[in-house]
Design a protein around this ligand. Structure first.
Ligand code: NAD
Ligand code: WQD
Length: 339
């Protein structure tokens, strides 16, 4: 594909890194984001790092009139759809908001795409759609389930996209199921900037290391894993972003809906992550063991073989690089983009 790419949610964590790689690969990029969980500063830095410019629209994907204007003003050939809400705990408190922004937001986007005959979409799905897997590693044909509204919104969207594909063979749809994205661009200029108290492990660890939080709470050490703490497949955000560029390159050759796991195939426990961070950042990370977090599973890692085979993509960055890049970003931007 050589035309313009629309990136929804492109000022966010994964969207900004993917936008950077798309620009470096020579694509023209249009970003739409309502800035509900991000800052425009991320795109300014992407532009500085690449020496290229991005067209930005502050708009909500639920606003189909505004989306139509974007499609009128630009010949969009493909869409990478990141925009949405992503906090699992919050989704149990305000489920309607999650269904509206994620499911309805996606419907609004798809209708506009259809109206403008843009039939290529890469969608951000999640390993959460595997629920509590019967075994590891997880392949794409494992059964899916959801235990919270966030995960269910991802499953619904996957199903909607399958129905859409069956209705019209012009659609080319790629579902990317991310495992646990961490890390930052190697420059330390862009990275993850969670609002308030981080929900996820890595930003929490790095905020303890930088002195913003007192100690990490480790949610349970009585799982049946290597050391009793939860095991996950952490993947460098630059590897993850690279998979989106590969997906866009290949999308027109893939018929219907294609689904890929994006992970490394390796699992690390919470305690292993703490240790790796202490070593990599040379900072102590205080922690205490507390009760399990409701809804958590013991272990989860990907079989990433299909993405390797079909997209010619594999993760190349190991844990040390993930830690070093997270720390470079965190230590140089202790308040994130809020400079
Ligand atoms: P993020 O919050 O940093 O990025 C999402 C972006 O979408 C934000 O910039 C936000 O302002 C924007 N947005 C939200 N609702 C919008 C709306 N209605 N209209 C326009 N813009 C809107 O999150 P991220 O970590 O970059 O995640 C990107 C995508 O990947 C999400 O769909 C998320 O569910 C999915 N995902 C993330 C992870 C993860 O751990 N980070 C894992 C699996 C899947
Ligand atoms: C990792 C491990 C925790 C925080 C979530 C979503 C998933 C996807 C990625 C979007 C677990 C433990 C964590 C803390 C801890 N997001 N932990 N103390 O739960 O694997 O996945 O983010 O799609 O859908 O569910 O990631 O980073 O929250 O937790 O001990 O303060 O760290 O129990 O074992 P998770 P996480």
């Amino acid at each position: 594909m050589s035309g313009k790419i629309l990136v929804t949610g492109g000022t966010g964590y994964i969207g900004s890194h993917t936008t950077l790689l798309l620009l470096e690969a020579g694509y023209q990029v249009v970003v739409v984001d309502n800035l509900s969980n991000s800052s425009l500063e991320s795109l300014r830095r992407v532009e500085k790092l690449t020496g290229k410019s991005v067209t930005f629209y502050k708009a909500d994907i639920r606003d189909s009139d505004k989306l139509s204007i974007i499609f009128q003003e630009h010949q969009i050939e493909g869409v990478i759809h990141f925009a949405g809400l992503k906090a699992v705990g919050e989704s149990t408190q305000i489920p309607l908001e999650y269904y509206e922004q994620n499911v309805y937001g996606t419907l609004s986007l798809l209708k506009v795409m259809q109206r403008f005959s843009c039939f290529n979409i890469v969608f951000s799905s999640s390993a959460t759609v595997y629920g509590d897997p019967a075994s590891v590693p997880i392949t794409e044909d494992f059964p899916t389930s959801a235990t919270n509204p966030y995960g269910r919104s991802k499953l619904y969207i996957e199903e909607i996209l399958r129905d859409l594909s069956l209705s019209n063979e012009q659609w080319h749809i790629i579902l990317l199921r991310y495992f646990n994205p961490i890390g930052a661009h190697e420059s330390g200029q862009i990275g993850e900037d969670p609002q308030g108290i981080p929900n996820n492990l890595m930003p929490y660890i790095s905020q303890v290391a930088v002195g913003k939080r007192e100690k990490l709470s480790i949610f349970g050490n009585d799982y049946s894993t290597v050391d009793g703490t939860g095991v996950r497949d952490y993947i460098h955000v630059m590897d993850l972003s690279d998979a989106h560029v590969k997906a866009i390159e290949k999308i027109k050759q893939l018929e219907g809906v294609s689904t890929f796991n994006l992970g490394t195939g390796n699992g690390y426990s919470v305690l292993q992550m703490v240790k790796a961070f202490e070593e990599g950042a040379n900072k102590p990370v205080a922690y205490e063991i507390v009760a399990r977090r409701p809804g958590d599973i013991a272990e989860c890692w990907a079989d990433p073989g299909l993405a390797d085979k079909v997209l010619n993509w594999r993760a190349t960055r190991g844990l040390n690089e993930m830690v070093a890049d997270t720390w470079r970003w965190q230590s140089r931007n202790p308040n994130g983009y809020d400079i």
